[in-house]
Design a protein around this ligand. Structure first.
Ligand code: NDP
Length: 450
């Protein structure tokens, strides 16, 4: 590796020893931008790579709230305002017990590249809390969200920082967060959060956007590699949340046969094809577990998760779409998928594939769609929601979906072109890193040392 990049990587590792996910995300980018650094010697003097890696600001705060029994609970809140080079800070909020600074920083770092790739005027950020919404009553979730926003409101604004949802933060949470922001600010700043419900500022097609966008990207990648269609292909999708459900919906509309979905306890395998209406009922309305699918489909199989790896990756499939969480496909799972003849893998979740698994896919000629590019449809549609809020006007579902599709086509082209131009033909992960980095680096150079 280039001496400058090697030095930056070593320093990053030394400075962030307790942050393995963050180091993983940075290493993945650094190891693929060498040709860009070779072509732009001025970036070293300007410390462009170091500045891209160091977040502009990290905010952590205490979130006190009272549960239904009257017991006071304390959680930790985060907002990592990573980069405001291309627009207001923008990125989701995650509520999950695993949330810590390393996870917030890796997600924020990934977000700046993703947002740059979208071509829209948005910077990068991420936030959240180690609060676990699972098993909490609506009132508990509301009290938590109100307390979280009572601190967060000082740091956000429609031209400053615009949060959205992520794991554990959907329409219900965004509603409570928005209500509290509006109450504190005494004004209707519709564009301060995205992922709002339709009817009070939300955009049509935002709910569907990440999953649909993933399938648009996959369609382009398959087409570019001589696979004209999804028709008849077997697809397995991990997760059963927002991204997984709408990836399933769009893949089914293209004639694919989605045969498995999962949650953190296990996966369902339905050879006949997943009954998505039932999954929506269980997950979106009842907030239940995926296992309950068997109550109406006795012929389907439920495979409980007993070890580290998700059993879903042992099922024979043509296309695997990890849409749950980080590092969910390790080398063991990648080997199973390759042995079972997988054709393509598309990352709906953020960093769901470990570095050795990515390498293994690439060595075995599996088409690989990287998260930064393939799941950028969600944030892109959030940016479309922001522009509708500014205009005080709504587009139809078809208008938003058409824009989303075009954005995903453009993102795929950027990845493809960058990978070819810099000697990584067919490696769309490297292409995404390079195309995103170039946008950020150029803006950083132009905006001076700030
Ligand atoms: P949801 O909370 O709607 O769903 C998450 C799903 O993944 C659930 O089925 C959940 O199962 C499962 N899951 C979460 N954590 C784990 C874990 N540690 N191990 C196993 N399964 C897990 O989240 P989203 O669908 O919104 O997000 C999924 C992924 O997509 C995340 O990586 C997120 O960062 C990424 N993403 C989301 C975007 C969006 O617009 N929502 C945009 C871009 C990326 P369980 O219920 O058992 O916890």
């Amino acid at each position: 590796m280039n001496r400058y990049l090697e030095k930056v990587l070593e320093e990053t590792k030394a400075k962030n020893v307790n942050e393995p996910e963050f180091i993983q995300a940075v290493t993945e980018v650094i190891t693929s931008i060498e040709p860009v650094i070779e072509a732009h010697k001025e970036y070293e003097r300007e410390a462009i790579v170091e500045r891209v890696i160091e977040p502009e600001r990290i905010i952590t705060f205490r979130v006190p709230w009272t549960d239904d029994r009257g017991q006071v609970q304390i959680n930790r809140g985060y907002r990592v305002q990573y980069s405001s080079l291309l627009g207001p800070y923008k990125g989701g909020l995650r509520f999950h017990p695993s949330v810590n600074q390393s996870i917030m920083k890796f997600l924020g770092f990934e977000q700046i590249f993703k947002n740059a790739l979208s071509g829209l005027p948005i910077g990068g950020a991420k936030g959240g809390s180690d609060f676990n919404p699972k098993g909490k009553s609506d009132r508990e979730v509301m009290r938590f969200c109100q307390s979280f926003m009572t601190e967060l409101y000082r740091h956000i604004g429609q031209d400053i920082d615009v949060p959205a949802g992520d794991i554990g933060v959907g329409g219900r949470e965004i509603g409570y967060l928005f209500g509290q922001y509006k109450r504190i600010k005494n004004g209707y700043e519709g564009g301060v959060l995205t992922g709002k419900s339709v009817g009070w500022g939300g955009s049509l097609a935002r709910t569907e956007a990440t999953g649909y966008g993933l399938i648009y990207y996959m369609r382009e990648m398959l087409k570019a590699n001589g696979e004209e269609t999804f028709e008849g292909k077997k697809v397995t999708i991990s997760g059963a949340g927002n991204v997984a459900i709408y990836a399933c919906e769009k893949a089914q509309s293209y004639g694919a046969k989605v045969i498995a979905l999962s949650d953190s306890n296990g996966c369902i395998y339905d050879k006949k094809g997943i009954d998505l209406q039932l999954v929506k009922q269980i997950k979106e309305i009842e907030r239940g577990r995926i296992k309950e699918y068997l109550r109406e489909h006795k012929e389907a199989q439920y495979i409980e998760r007993t070890g580290e790896s998700n059993p879903i990756w042992e099922i024979e499939t043509d296309i695997a779409l990890p849409c749950a969480t980080q590092n969910e496909i390790d080398l063991h799972s990648a080997t199973k998928l390759v042995n079972n003849g997988v054709l393509a893998v598309g990352e709906g979740a953020n960093m769901p594939t470990t570095p050795d698994a990515i390498e293994y896919f690439q060595k075995n000629d599996v088409l690989f769609a990287p998260a930064k590019a393939a799941n950028a449809g969600g944030v892109s549609t959030s940016a479309i929601e922001m522009s509708q809020n500014s205009m005080r006007y709504y587009y139809t579902f078809e208008e938003v979906d058409r824009r989303l599709e075009q954005i995903m086509v453009n993102i795929f082209k950027s990845c493809e072109e960058a990978s070819e131009k810099y000697g990584y033909s067919g490696n769309y992960a490297a292409g995404a890193n390079i195309a995103g980095f170039l946008k950020i680096a150029k803006a950083m150079y132009a905006q001076g040392i700030v």
